[in-house]
Design a protein around this ligand. Structure first.
Ligand code: FAD
Ligand code: EPU
Length: 339
């Protein structure tokens, strides 16, 4: 029997730690619970918010609808020659899945160690870190369609993954609930060690032939040194995406700002480091009211305690304005704004 609660505080359900109340709240432990829930016509007409770990959203107001917290568990694995197929429930904690694979020496998820949140949210923005994106290991996912009450399988092509993007964040936004994700991993590692400080840190540790566990540990170590722990200081990781601009615009920008941090993004496009742009505008480590940017990573907005979602949002608008004024580049928010 599903338990629908009323007027539930979401403060402990979002890593920014902002206060907001859900008019209705339900926890889903099994995919068939969704079928049961949406047999009731009341919920078909109610606005819904799907919630995993709450680590990539900013709640601006109380939510006057039904919050559906996904807690579907279970990890299954099958090995065929050197291929490993894993299917995980959407409510599994992402890093628990990473550890499950690292311990068994299944390769592919190690660079994505320590990303907060749930398995079910991982395809939404095609999570990525240290040169690997979800799309590199994604096989398919199963999702519940709210309008029809049926389940559909999405292949990698169906998901239309891009940098911090998927079909679930654009055309199909709010229309499907992911209930499980299937991954294609391998028993033979194909390490991606070029990004960031991974190689440097492996050298520091005297490791020349790293194991999957070594890479996972090094990635976790680097992340902890840069990013604030949400259990201590509220945040949702990078608040903005790194802007991707065309080469002509970049050449003009670089003429004025020779040190501008940039990476090739394919198809003649250039990705800029939003953290650098924000730092150059003087925001790094700045505290404004109850909010601010993180002292080690200007791309991360934080709640110093007692900030409201509206306050964080308004601060983010100030940053967008000042980056635009200095560089003529418009930052896009990565975090999902729930208003
Ligand atoms: P939530 O915040 O609960 O939801 C995010 C969005 O997905 C919402 O729109 C929600 O409605 C939707 N959603 C959630 N679950 C489902 C579902 N089952 N079906 C349909 N829709 C759903 N991200 C990266 O990509 N790379 C990083 O390196 C990274 N580092 C981070 C570091 C920190 C300290 C923090 C706090 C966040 C970081 N993030 C990073 C962002 C975040 O961890 C990811 O976006 C993560 O996938 C969010 O998972 P979640 O379960 O918390 O999603
Ligand atoms: N930089 C600065 N100042 C700062 C922050 C960054 O100058 O305050 C410059 C530095 O030159 C640094 C470069 O920006 O070398 C890149 O910084 P970093 O390696 O920290 O990565 P990022 O581009 O800021 C992205 C992702 C992260 C992911 C890391 C590692 C986005 C929006 N963010 O951050 O993902 O963990 O790379 O791969 O793409 C997230 O999405 O929430 C997230 C944390």
């Amino acid at each position: 029997m599903l338990q629908i609660q009323e007027n539930v505080s979401l403060k402990n359900f979002n890593t920014f730690g902002v206060e907001a109340k859900a008019r209705y709240f339900v926890e889903i432990n099994h995919k068939d619970d969704l079928v049961e829930l949406f047999m009731d016509p009341q919920w078909k007409q109610t606005e819904t918010l799907i919630l995993g770990g709450g680590s990539n959203l900013l709640l601006i107001n109380n939510f006057d609808g039904l919050v559906i917290r996904i807690n579907i568990r279970g990890i299954e694995h099958r090995i065929s020659h050197n291929d490993v197929f894993i299917e995980a429930g959407a409510g599994e904690v992402w890093n628990d899945l990473v550890n499950f694979c690292v311990i068994r020496e299944y390769a592919g998820l190690e660079n994505l160690s320590l990303i907060p949140g749930s398995v079910g949210a991982s395809p939404i923005q095609n999570i990525g870190a240290y040169g690997v994106e979800l799309k590199d290991v994604f096989y398919s996912c199963c999702a519940f369609e709210l309008a029809t009450g049926t389940f559909k399988t999405f292949t990698k092509e169906d998901c239309r993954f891009d940098y911090r993007e998927s079909v679930f964040k654009s055309e199909l936004k709010g229309q499907y609930i992911i209930v499980s994700v299937k991954f294609h991993l391998s028993l033979i590692p194909n390490f991606n060690l070029k990004y960031g400080a991974i190689e440097h840190e492996l050298n520091n540790r005297g490791i020349s032939a790293p194991t999957i566990k070594d890479v996972s540990q090094v990635v976790s170590y680097i992340r902890v040194s840069k990013l604030p722990d949400p259990s201590t200081i509220g945040n949702a990781g990078s608040f903005f995406k790194n802007p991707v601009i065309n080469a002509d615009v970049f050449t003009k920008l670089q003429a004025n700002f020779p040190d501008i941090v940039n990476y090739p993004a394919g198809n003649g496009l250039i990705k800029l480091a939003a953290g650098w742009l924000i730092e150059q505008c003087g925001w790094k480590g700045k505290m404004v009211g109850h909010t601010g940017t993180w002292k080690n990573q200007a791309l991360v907005l934080v709640n110093h305690g007692g900030a409201s979602g509206a306050e964080v949002y308004s601060f983010s608008s100030q940053i967008i304005d000042s980056v635009y004024t200095k560089f003529g580049v418009t930052l896009q928010r990565e975090v999902n704004i729930i208003s």
